[in-house]
Design a protein around this ligand. Structure first.
Ligand code: ATR
Length: 279
């Protein structure tokens, strides 16, 4: 019988996960299908119950359900507990239990490793304070010197800061989103990370001055489509080492595959599928 997997979110128009996971299932000869599960917020309770009765073997979770799904789980893995958000649910074949994991942090760590960006002891400017920003913080806080979070909505940055235990909270400061565009940085940062959606649309410009980029050594944009946002283009021009979000997407998916199937993910196959669907 075909095993069912999927990605739960709303809206889901842009998701590349089905192309990536279906390519792997085909390449390793597993009888499984990975479906987009676009369920609107007013139907999410019924939708989740439906996944149970339909006999799904596992699924990914994306915006806006990474926290919503938690009360429906039987168990939460430490990876998800650390972030307070679940992006991968494993459904036990034996017991039917739902176990929540978070593979986004691993995805971001792999992005750093592949881009040869080493955050230990560094000062970081993190733009954005949503779900992706939380995964970035969890991945970086243990080793960085400091993280300054700036967000359009300051209250969300405050909530992100206070969600961490004291030893990490004290490494975090909060800045002003608007003043990011000031051409003379009053404070410079080693690594600048954009976790907002600004840049998804052509011509959208993140308010980070070229001066600030010149004083940084690396810039990361979690956006992968377009592969080079205005922010990354300017960062490159300013001499920064740069990385987009493709590796984070790839490795969170590879880890999810490993959790579901119990064997190593053919990452090269997944990368090719992603690049093909981005053409
Ligand atoms: P994700 O899981 O991708 O992080 P999210 O939790 O919805 O998604 O967070 C989106 C982030 O992008 C937030 O930091 C959001 O800022 P607000 O908290 O002020 O909403 C940011 N963002 C989205 N659109 C933006 C825009 N036009 N200008 C500035 N920030 C924006």
């Amino acid at each position: 019988m075909t095993s069912l997997y999927g990605i739960l979110g709303h809206p889901l128009g842009h998701t590349l996960s089905p192309a990536m996971q279906n390519a792997v299932f085909t390449s390793v000869g597993i009888d499984a299908a990975y479906l987009p599960l676009a369920i609107s917020p007013d139907r999410i309770r019924k939708g989740l119950a439906g996944l149970k009765t339909a006999g799904f073997a596992g699924f990914n979770v994306t915006v806006p359900y990474k926290e919503t799904v938690i009360p429906f789980l039987d168990r939460i893995d430490p990876s998800a507990r650390a972030v307070g958000a679940v992006n991968t649910v494993v459904i036990s074949r034996k017991t039917g239990q739902w176990i929540g994991h978070n593979t986004d942090v691993f995805g971001f760590q792999m992005l750093l490793r592949r881009a040869r960006i080493r955050p230990a002891g560094k000062s970081v400017l993190l733009i954005g304070a949503g779900g992706a920003a939380k995964a970035v913080c969890v991945a970086m806080l243990p080793t960085v010197k400091s993280i300054q979070i700036v967000n359009r909505t300051p209250e969300r940055a405050r909530r992100l800061q206070i969600s961490f235990p004291e030893k990490f909270r004290k490494k975090i400061t909060r800045g002003n989103f608007r003043s990011l565009s000031a051409s003379l940085p009053d404070q410079s940062f080693d690594i600048i990370v954009n976790s907002t959606s600004v840049g998804l649309k052509k011509g959208a410009r993140l308010p980070v001055s070229d001066g600030r980029l010149k004083s940084a050594e690396a810039a990361i944009d979690l956006i992968y489509n377009p592969p080079v946002t205005d922010f990354l283009r300017r960062a490159k021009k300013s001499g920064c080492r740069t990385a987009n979000g493709l590796d984070m997407l790839l490795y969170q998916g590879a880890r999810a595959f490993e959790l579901w199937i119990g064997r190593a993910a053919p990452v090269a196959v997944m990368r090719r599928a992603l690049l093909r669907s981005l053409l």
